[in-house]
Design a protein around this ligand. Structure first.
Ligand SMILES: C[S@@+](CC[C@H](N)C(=O)[O-])C[C@H]1O[C@@H](n2cnc3c(N)ncnc32)[C@H](O)[C@@H]1O
Length: 243
């Protein structure tokens, strides 16, 4: 599973960057999550870990707030496009950092990409100082004007290795958490472009090779038109001991 996620993202850089240029979605999520984390942090919010940093969209947002931001990602391809000074190729299930090394750990659109988010959450707690914060944002999907999931209408499921509920439960098990939902207006075209990213097309057709997977996702989403509501769940946990 992890090896597939890594190679899917290695193959996703151009489509990922094209989607972000069009929607600014990941930048917006990173900004909103950083604001929620800052509001709940006790003491400095300076040394930050961007866990699942990708091409650097969330890294740049965190760098505006902290004096040192480390970008960690399992995909070398994504990380190559990230121009942060501190880049580490690695798995957030086994963080190569000392206990209490960070004031905050942010998983912007990344923690739902492992089947068991609780492993990464325990690692994030370990590397977070007491009073520091761990935040995550995970997708809840897209609904049409009648509140029906667009993939239900299309007779398919667009699912990630872990759902937003599992991400939230993993954080609740280790921290005192606050959570909420963000909604965005999106076009049918945006949903198509999201699933034209090979790593995201795997939500629909995980067993197909990347090109075929994207082709089938584009075909499927051709039937969609108009605007939809895109929903994301955010969760912030405050570390009250340990670190
Ligand atoms: C949707 S992208 C988000 C990237 C970035 N945070 C942003 O806001 O643009 C998810 C990233 O998480 C990374 N990722 C997935 N599983 C990971 C793991 N186990 N350890 C580290 N990074 C992981 C992927 O390689 C990918 O770059």
């Amino acid at each position: 599973m992890k090896e597939a996620v890594r190679s899917n993202f290695d193959a996703s850089v151009p489509a990922y960057e094209a989607y972000e240029r069009r929607t600014s979605r990941f930048g917006t999520l990173a900004r909103l999550l950083a604001a929620e984390m800052t509001a709940r942090s006790t003491g400095p919010f300076e040394t930050l870990l961007d866990a699942g940093a990708g091409t650097g969209i969330s890294t740049a947002v965190l760098a505006e707030r902290g004096s040192r931001t480390v970008a960690l990602d399992v995909s070398r391809g994504m990380l190559r496009a990230n121009d942060a000074a501190d880049r580490v190729q690695g798995d957030f299930d086994r963080l190569p950092f000392a206990d209490g090394a960070f004031d905050g750990v942010a998983f912007t659109a990344s923690l739902f990409l492992v089947p068991d988010p609780s492993v990464a959450v325990r690692e994030a707690k370990r590397v977070c100082r007491s009073g520091g914060v761990v935040g995550a944002v995970a997708p809840l999907g897209w609904v049409d004007g009648e509140g029906v999931d667009v993939f239900e209408r299309l007779g398919r499921e667009s699912r990630s290795p872990a759902g937003a509920g599992e991400v939230e439960a993993a954080l609740r098990a280790e921290f005192t958490v606050e959570t909420g939902t963000w909604q965005f207006a999106a076009t049918a075209g945006d949903v198509g472009r999201f699933h034209a990213i090979p790593a995201m097309a795997a939500r629909l057709y995980p067993k197909e090779p990347p090109e075929e997977r994207v082709r089938r996702a584009i075909d499927l989403l051709d039937a969609l038109d108009g605007t939809v509501e895109e929903r994301w769940r955010w969760v912030v946990g405050v570390a009250d001991g340990g670190g």
